[in-house]
Structure formats: C-alpha cells, structure tokens
Design a protein around this ligand. Structure first.
Ligand code: ADP
Length: 481
C-alpha cells in the first residue's frame, strides 16, 4: 500500500510538472505573440502617418511649384519632417540602436505614438534579420530615397525662385513629383501588405500552437484522470478483498474460539461442584468465581465478533414476535444489573407491545445499560424510561458520567469505533453499539445519543409500536402508517 502511494505520488508530480511546464510555455508564447502583433500594429500605424505626411507634402510641393507661395513651401518642409524622422530612427537602429534617446526623438518626429516606440525598437532589434522584416526595411529604405528626392526638388525650386520657371518646366516638374508620389504609394502598399502577411502568419501559428498545447494538456489531464480512477478502483478492490479476508478470519476465529470456551465453562461448573464439598473450598472458590467472570467476558467478546460476521454476511437472523417491551426492559435490568454498583432507577415505562426479536432487543438494552455503567464509574445512578410518540416507542438510558464530545457523537455507532479518552481505562472492542444499530435498523427503528460533557449521556432507541396496553388491560391497536 505504501509502495503504491509512493508510486502514485511520483506519477502525480510528473503529470503536474508537465501541465505546469506546458502552461508556462503557453503563457510565454501568448505574451510574445501579443508583443509581436502589437509591434506589427505599431509599424502599420507609423506607416499610415508616414504615408499621410508624404501625400500632404507632395500636395504642398505641387502648390509651391504652381504658385511660388512660401507658405506652401514651409508646409511641405513641415510634412516632410515625418518620413525624415522615421528614416533617422531606422538608420540609428540599423547602426545598433545604442542611442535610445535619439531614436525616441526621431520616432516621435515621425508621429509615432510614444507608447508604441518600445515595441517598434524591440521588433527592429529582434527581427531585422527575419525575411518578412528584411523586405519591409528594403521598401522603407527605397521610400526614403524618394522622400530625399522630393526634398531636393523642393530645395532646388526654392533656390531658383519659381519666377525663373516657365510653364512647360513647371508641368514637367509636377509630372516628375507625381511619378515619385505614385512610386511612394506603391512602396507603402507593399510595406503594409508584407506586415499584414506577417501578422496573419503569426496569428495562424498562434492559434495552431495554442490549440495543440491545450489539446495536449487536455489529453494529459484525461489520461491522468483515467489512470487515477483506475488506481482508485484497484485500491477499492484491494480494500474490499482485505476486508473480506478479515471478515472471514474473524468468522473462523470466533467459531473456533466458541468450542474451547464452552468446554472451559462446563469444566468450571464441574470444578465448582467438586470444590464445594472439599476442605479447601474457601481458598479455591474466589479463583473459580474469577475464572467464571473471565470466561463470561470471553463469551461476550466472541458473541460480539460472531454477530459482526453475521451482519457482514447479511445473516443476522431476526425472529419477530409481539411482546411487552416494558416487561423485557424490567427483565434485563433484573438479570444483568444485580452485581453493579449503580442504582438503576426506572422513571416511567410505557406499556406497549412491539413486534420484534426479544433476544436481540434484550441485547440492545443490555448493551446500553452495561455501557452506561462502564462509562460512568464515578456516578451512582442510571435512569431508564420510555415514551410513546406517534406510533413509535422510544427507550432511554441515561448515565451521569463524563459525557461525550459533540464531534464524536456521529461516530459512536461505527464498527470498531472507540473514543480515545476511554480506550485506556475501559475494555471493549467498539462493536456493541454497531451491533445495536444493525439490530434496531433491522426492526425498522432508529437509535441515537445525546450528551453534554460533564453531565452525562442519554442513549435511546426507537421501535414501531404494535399495540398499546390500556389501563384496564385491554390491548388497543395503534394505527401504523
Ligand atoms: P465498547 O464499549 O465495547 O468499546 P461500544 O460500541 O459499546 O463498544 O461503544 C463504542 C464507544 O462509545 C465506547 O468505546 C465509548 O468510547 C463510547 N461510549 C459508549 N457508551 C458510552 C457512554 N454511555 N458514555 C460515554 N461513552 C460511551
């Protein structure tokens, strides 16, 4: 059993470690996947700022070519700062990205959101050699070359003063600017589409890996549960087999013990008769009395064991016949309490007939009374009474011993249960109340106990009433449900 549980524990740890490992991997994977997707979103966002600024700059440059309005030129220069900022950040990153302050300033100039900058830098540093990202950087570099050309065209016209340009040169210039603009737009579309592809690939992988890992954890969990159930079932079967073996042993042992005990008892009776007439009668008699007492105790214990084996095998015979319960109670008190130090006080006994096995009910009352005496050594009295409630008769046995703690009460009627405190001082097997419970329940009755620590306990059992006896002596039928 010990080896089995050590094995079971090892298996539990291994499975637990596997589940923890895969859960950590899933958490890490999701964390980085979300970081990658957020970084891609930051690049897409940066690209849209870049593209908007480039389009506005182109529009202002064409305005400036047509009208020579300096305000248009200034606006052109202002919008151009956005792609220029991005370019400065890119070059710094390509050179190792050491000057983080410079990169941050350049990225802000490129109208990137300040919260996105860390992700932009992180992705550049970690993915610049990945095919998708390499392609993105190539498109970006090509776009920056076109931006530089637009900047040069603006500076050239600004220096020339547009008055010196005739209308055909202006038209040619505008055509050239438009061509660059188209090229830039094409580049930006390619840039966005590569990022889109990359995010789709990441998302697909993420879904695939997540589903695979979750399936793996579910399969491991299912296998673990299946195996645990199998092991539980195996140990249940083991316990049942052990219990059966123990019951069988108890049955054989108690049957085997019965014969020598009976023979011992008979021998003692013969011995007693012989000794009575001898000269040493006085000296020997106490020993015979003691031997008889011990043989009776042994008989009681063996009978308890035999009853338990009968209960376990479902062979506890109950032979019901109607009898007067109050008479039986008086009989038990009279026969079993002669030599006990307690005074047995009958407070009230309802006159009722019950349809039951008198010998078995005798056994229950005897057990309650002997327990009351055994477990209240210091007290002087034991009270007995019965009450009729509805069509049930309830018999009470009250002692004034140390009582029983509330948490122990539900276990009193369990097989082999004994309260630790009394175990050392009072002998017993913890079977009496268990047998009582089986007997009473086999009669369709109930039993229980109430107790107060320091004041004593009341044990009771209840049986269905067959007839109630009227004072006149006639029987009255009590209707039963
Ligand atoms: P046994 O008396 O042989 O040990 P029982 O089944 O008759 O077995 O009782 C089970 C346990 O319940 C006892 O060991 C004892 O601890 C407790 N018990 C029973 N009756 C009383 C009582 N009247 N007062 C206190 N404890 C009791």
């Amino acid at each position: 059993m010990k080896a089995f549980s050590a094995y079971h524990r090892r298996y539990l740890y291994k499975t637990g470690a596997l589940i923890v490992f895969f859960s950590v991997v899933i958490i890490g994977l999701n964390f980085y996947s979300i970081k990658i997707l957020s970084s891609i979103r930051a690049y897409v966002n940066g690209e849209s700022q870049y593209s908007k600024a480039q389009k506005d700059a182109t529009r202002y440059l064409i305005d400036f070519i047509q009208t020579s309005d300096l305000q248009s030129y200034n606006l052109f220069k202002q919008e151009l700062q956005v792609p220029i900022g991005d370019r400065l950040a890119r070059i710094a990153l390509q050179q190792g990205g050491v000057d983080t302050e410079f990169i941050r300033k350049a990225a802000l100039q490129g109208r990137n959101h300040s919260d996105d900058i860390d992700n932009l830098v992180w992705m550049f540093k970690n993915f610049q050699h990945f095919p998708y990202f390499k392609e993105v950087v190539e498109k970006w570099t090509a776009a920056d070359r076109d931006i530089a050309e637009l900047d040069n065209i603006g500076k050239f016209i600004f220096n020339l003063k547009s008055k010196e340009l005739n209308s055909s040169v202006k038209t040619a210039m505008i055509l050239h600017v438009n061509t660059i603009n188209r090229r830039l737009t094409f580049n930006q579309q390619a840039f966005s589409s590569i990022l889109g592809d990359a995010s789709r690939v990441v998302a697909n992988w993420l879904i695939f890996i997540n589903i695979s890992f979750i399936l793996f954890i579910l399969i491991v969990g299912w296998l673990f549960t299946k195996r645990t159930f199998r092991q539980l079932e195996e140990s249940r079967m083991q316990i049942i087999a052990q219990n059966n073996a123990k019951d069988e042993f108890m049955s054989i042992a108690s049957h085997e013990l019965k014969t020598p005990i009976t023979s011992m008892k008979a021998s003692l009776q013969i011995l007693e008769r012989f000794v009575k007439n001898s000269d040493e009668s006085k000296q020997i008699h106490p020993f015979i009395i003691n031997a008889n007492k011990q043989v009776n105790r042994l008989t009681g214990l063996v009978n308890e064991l035999l009853d338990v084996t009968r209960i376990q095998s479902g062979k506890l015979a109950i032979n019901k016949k109607p009898f007067l319960l109050n008479e039986l109670i008086e009989e038990v008190i009279h026969e079993t309490t002669q030599n006990r130090k307690h005074k047995h006080i009958i407070k009230n006994l309802s006159q009722v007939y019950v349809n039951a096995d008198a010998a078995r009910i005798y056994q229950v009352i005897d057990n309650f009374l002997s327990n009351a005496a055994k477990y209240s050594e210091e007290a002087d009295e034991i009270h007995i009474w019965s009450e009729i409630d509805d069509n049930q008769v309830r018999v009470f046995v009250q002692d004034f011993g140390p009582g029983i703690k509330r948490d122990k009460l539900p276990h009193l009627f369990d097989r082999f249960y004994r309260i630790e405190e009394t175990q050392q001082t009072v002998q017993g097997l913890g079977l009496g109340l268990y047998i009582c419970k089986e007997i009473v329940e086999n009669h369709g009755g109930k039993l229980g106990a109430t107790s107060e620590v320091g004041s004593g306990s009341i044990f009771w059992f209840e049986l269905p009433v067959e007839f109630k006896v009227l004072v006149s002596g006639k029987k009255q039928v009590i209707e039963t449900d």
